[in-house]
Design a protein around this ligand. Structure first.
Ligand SMILES: [Zn+2]
Length: 287
């Protein structure tokens, strides 16, 4: 089961997530080829890790707008639930040094993060993409835009048949009063760790990964949270969306006798009936 654990070690917060099933669900929903599955999976995992620092009902959206062939990637998360899409899931690139060429597929451009907060105005910040590898881009964003020194690792292992066999990541977040010597120590322990997908596919639990990050430091695991791919769309929202189509498009849908509205985030399709289309026309007339 996918889950996330929250831990602290000497005042530094550590979040570790396994996202294998939800990333594989995203891959299947969007029919992603390997490099797209890896990029979207990293973005979804990153969104879940950042969302873990937020309160109930708060939401985070990461937009990765690079000039590479994948195009825009969006991942959105709240309270352990994430959804997302990549504009061109059918992009296929040759491996680079035996690894999926995520950086090349994403390219250079902007990364932006929007936070919908419970008790403050929504907030959006952005930073340049530094490598397109996503973990490095998010770390840079947090440092440049939110002045938070952190260390993020994200990984997705895609099998030859295209399925995702391991996905996850961790987020080490310094607090304003964190001891810089400890931070430096953690940076060194993390550098010596194998990739997160190797830890997960080698059977390490999230708790064991926290222990590996902590090295010789004592740590406390506070709680854990199940993680899911879950969208916010519904038939009611599809009908709301119908309210925004042009007069001409609505007439065309009525002439065809049906219409389908596809959710970008989860790729679910809502088939609208002739009655629903007529009702929308009537609503506009009386408006
Ligand atoms: Zn949806």
């Amino acid at each position: 089961m996918d889950r996330l654990v929250r831990a602290t070690l000497s005042g530094i917060r550590v979040y570790v997530a396994q996202t294998t099933a939800l990333v594989d669900e995203a891959r299947q929903r969007h029919a992603c080829l390997p490099v797209a599955a890896a990029a979207l999976g990293r973005a979804l995992t990153g969104a879940l890790l950042l969302a873990a620092t937020m309160k109930e009902k708060e939401r985070i959206t990461i937009r990765i707008d690079g000039d590479g062939p994948l195009g825009l990637i969006v991942a959105d998360a709240s309270e352990g639930q994430a959804r997302g899409y990549v504009l061109h899931p059918d992009v296929d690139l040759p491996l680079k040094n035996g690894k999926l060429a995520v950086g090349e597929a994403v390219g250079r451009g902007q990364l932006s993060v929007s936070r919908v907060l419970a008790s403050a105005m929504p907030f959006t910040g952005s930073a340049e993409l530094v490598s397109g590898e996503i973990a490095e881009d998010l770390t840079n964003y947090l440092y440049v835009s939110e002045q938070t020194p952190s260390s993020i690792a994200l990984g997705v292992l895609v099998e030859p048949d295209g399925s995702v066999s391991a996905a996850g990541g961790y987020f080490i977040q310094a607090m304003p009063d964190s001891n810089p010597v400890l931070l430096e120590y953690l940076t060194q322990t993390v550098l010596a760790l194998p990739p997160v997908t190797a830890l997960l596919s080698g059977g390490k639990t999230l708790e064991e990964i926290v222990a590996a990050i902590a090295g010789d430091l004592p740590f406390t695991i506070h709680d854990e949270q199940p993680l899911f791919f879950r969208c916010l769309c519904s038939r009611a929202r599809a009908l709301e969306l119908l309210g925004t189509v042009s007069e001409g498009d609505l007439e065309e849908m009525i002439a065809e006798g049906a219409a389908e509205i596809r959710c970008h985030f989860c790729n679910d399709v809502y088939l609208l009936t002739p009655e629903e289309l007529e009702a929308e026309k009537k609503r506009r007339r009386s408006a």
